[in-house]
Design a protein around this ligand. Structure first.
Ligand code: IVH
Length: 674
């Protein structure tokens, strides 16, 4: 075969295979057998090897991946990738309709409804008919170059019959079937399963090794164009979608033109019912003004178009049995109830615990042990009990009674004025003291590395510490005796405690856990008074003279320093050498919040009941934390689920704070309350 013949054959096979690929993956209508396809692919691959100059970037042989990048390059989008405003019910849709009508005046218009695919937005670009680049949405202006991974997606055509620059926008996703198969495979090879198809798709597109992405069975539904391109003479979104389909793109067929908002609402109701019949996940319906001139007239806000809106389906609910109600006493003495449930899948993750908030909620919803309950994830993150299925209530069921005495110290619980929470107000309550100690050493407070909940509990139970001042008398010989604490960690721990003495006053003030004194107020007080002595001596007038301090807060502060035990504690801390002055040392701004998450770096490992990896990540990030994949000295907290392995061991050896799932959920709930 000469060069010319080879060229001809390569072109012939390539075109044929592109066509077969389209028939198989997009039209779901294969024309040749897998064996025939494979034989041709093999022939092409051999030709390309023999004549390397003939191997084009978009050859069907390139679908299998193979390139490994070091990192994803950033790419600016030619026109921004916007997001959509949300509608959560009919009222929001009527509101959208009203604004559209207002914007369009007398002009006639109609809507087009499309499924909102739950995946991730991608931009797929072509130059003179050839696929040239794929990018993630990124921040909407700059995305990441995932060209080699997009090339492996079979529903994306690599050549199209359209000249010039075309920027196609769509949603990359993984079908439920591929997702399930992938998780079985991961389970077998000991890898962590993905929480849901969206995470699986995102994780796959972010593979630096395109071979891995190629093996992941991703797909893309396209739904639009970047503002810089158009496909000939087209005047509506419906025509545009039809045209994209003709060009070989995978366009979702469950779309409908609607003459008015009532028809739109009917479509949303229909799909709210039918959504689970699909082999891919959808999280709503996108409603667009169909006429492109209408879209142009309505224009954009800074973030999203005025001509479209995303109707979001109501949160997915699940039914479970409430096995028990678990109670925990927090640092401020508040008793928090948690529902222990028969594990059940909700919105992609298995949930075994759910927050019950407080006694009022339990009473209002009449939640009882043994009840069948409906649960959902609040804000799609924190599992909560929505209601009881009364029909299924066992005949012998009794109303749940919160205890009247503290489960830790036995003293009477009280409800302070205007509060829904039940509290233990015994200053000597063991649970509170323990939680108070944990708070004192936490990052936003004294920031003592290596002193997490576990070590504090051990120290406390071994009778080595009762107050926070006792920490400063700990000796190496004492801490080395603690279980699982090696020589290095013990030395580091003593050093970290010693170093914390130098903290600026606000860290100590916050660490004391005075009610209503969050990190921010602590800093103001430290700045204003300059020293602990001055603050202790301050009277009501001095305190309320400060902007952020009102009557109530001033009273709490005065009250705190009037108590004999607290005065003793301050004296003990002073004698131990703890700094009492505001040194103005730069304090991590992000730690100036009561949240246990803000500014901290987390690593999540092992399997949790209520949280998938991505959910945990989202929860942490929504509370201001960062999530990293590997444990290092910079890690602040490791959230360890069941069967956590090497990351946990490493965290332990580095003396990093470790939270189990229960602690994680409690911290989330506490932070949300703040
Ligand atoms: S239109 C100008 N149509 O939903 C914005 N978006 O915030 C154009 N999505 O991440 C979006 N299916 O990727 C549109 N049929 C559809 C969609 C869709 C899923 C995603 C989109 C974006 C989010 C909207």
């Amino acid at each position: 075969m000469n060069n010319q013949q080879a060229k001809q054959r390569v072109e012939e096979i390539s075109a044929f295979l592109h066509e077969q690929n389209h028939a198989y993956y997009v039209l779901d209508n294969p024309k040749i057998t897998d064996t025939e396809y494979d034989a041709l692919l093999k022939e092409l691959s051999e030709l390309e090897e023999a004549y390397p100059a003939l191997a084009s970037a978009n050859s069907p042989t390139k679908r299998v991946g193979g390139t490994v990048s070091e990192r994803f390059e950033k790419v600016p989008h030619q026109s921004p990738m916007l997001s959509l405003g949300n509608a959560f019910g009919e009222a929001d849709l009527f509101d959208f309709d009203r604004k559209v009508k207002q914007g369009l005046g007398e002009a006639d218009f109609s809507y087009i409804c499309e499924l909102k695919i739950d995946g991730l937005a991608v931009s797929i670009q072509y130059e003179n008919g050839h696929f040239i680049r794929g990018a993630t949405r990124g921040d909407g202006t700059i995305g990441e170059d995932i060209t080699t991974n997009i090339r492996t997606i079979r529903t994306v055509p690599l050549v199209i019959a359209e000249k010039g620059f075309v920027d196609v926008r769509g949603e990359a996703y993984m079908s439920k079937q591929s997702f399930a198969a992938l998780n079985v495979q991961r389970d077998e090879s000991g890898e962590e399963p993905f929480a849901n198809p969206r995470n699986a798709a995102a994780g796959s597109l972010r593979q630096l090794d395109s071979k891995i992405a190629a093996g992941r069975q991703l797909a893309v539904f396209v739904y639009g164009l970047g503002a810089t391109s158009e496909l000939g003479d087209i005047s509506t979104q419906s025509e545009r979608l039809d045209r994209l389909g003709e060009l070989g793109f995978h366009v979702n067929k469950e779309r409908r033109k609607c003459a008015n908002i009532e028809e739109v609402i009917a479509f949303t109701s229909e799909w709210t019912e039918k959504r689970n019949t699909l082999d891919y996940e959808i999280d709503g319906i996108v409603i667009k003004v169909d006429q492109l001139d209408g879209q142009e007239k309505l224009g954009l806000t800074s973030k999203s178009p005025r001509w479209a809106i995303a109707y979001k389906f109501p949160a997915e609910e699940a039914v479970s049995t409430l096995l028990d109600i678990e109670l925990a006493v927090g640092r401020t003495g508040v008793l928090t109830p948690t529902a222990i449930l028969t594990p059940v899948k909700v919105a992609g993750t298995t949930v075994g615990r759910a927050t019950l908030h407080n006694e009022d909620i339990i009473r209002e919803k009449d939640i009882r042990i043994g009840d069948t309950v409906v649960i959902r994830k609040a804000g799609d993150i924190i599992p909560e009990v929505v209601r009881v299925v009364l029909d299924k209530r066992p005949a012998d069921s009794v109303a749940y009674q919160m205890p009247t005495q503290c489960i830790s110290c036995g003293s009477d619980l009280v409800r302070l004025d205007g509060e829904v929470a039940l509290r233990c107000i015994n200053a000597a309550c063991t649970a509170q003291i323990r939680e108070g100690l944990i708070h004192f050493v936490s990052r936003a407070a004294m920031n003592i590395d290596g002193l997490g909940e576990k070590v504090i509990t051990q120290l406390f139970e071994a009778d080595l510490i009762h107050t926070v001042a006792d920490l400063y008398h700990l000796q190496y010989d004492q801490v080395i005796q603690l279980e699982r604490l090696g020589e290095k960690s013990a030395t580091n721990l003593i050093e970290a405690i010693e170093a914390s003495k130098q903290n600026s006053l606000e860290k100590l003030l916050f660490g004391l856990g005075i009610r209503h004194i969050g990190a921010k107020v602590a800093k103001t007080l430290a700045q204003e008074f300059g020293s602990m002595e001055k603050l202790v001596a301050a009277d009501h007038e001095d305190l309320i003279a400060i902007d952020e301090v009102g009557d109530k807060m001033a009273e709490t502060i005065e009250c705190y320093f009037e108590q004999v035990e607290n005065r003793q504690l301050i004296t003990d801390l002073g004698e131990a050498g703890v700094n009492f002055t505001y040194t103005g040392k730069k304090v991590d701004v992000l730690s100036l919040t009561d949240s246990s998450f803000a500014g901290k770096t987390f690593v999540v490992t092992g399997k949790m009941e209520a949280y998938g990896r991505e959910e945990a990540k989202e929860a942490i990030e929504s509370l201001g934390g960062k999530v990293s994949g590997s444990v290092s000295k910079k890690t602040n907290v490791v959230v360890a689920g069941e069967a956590a392995g090497s990351k946990l061991t490493k965290a332990e050896s580095l003396g990093i704070e470790i939270w189990d799932e229960e602690k994680f959920i409690n911290e989330i709930n506490d932070s949300k309350r703040d």
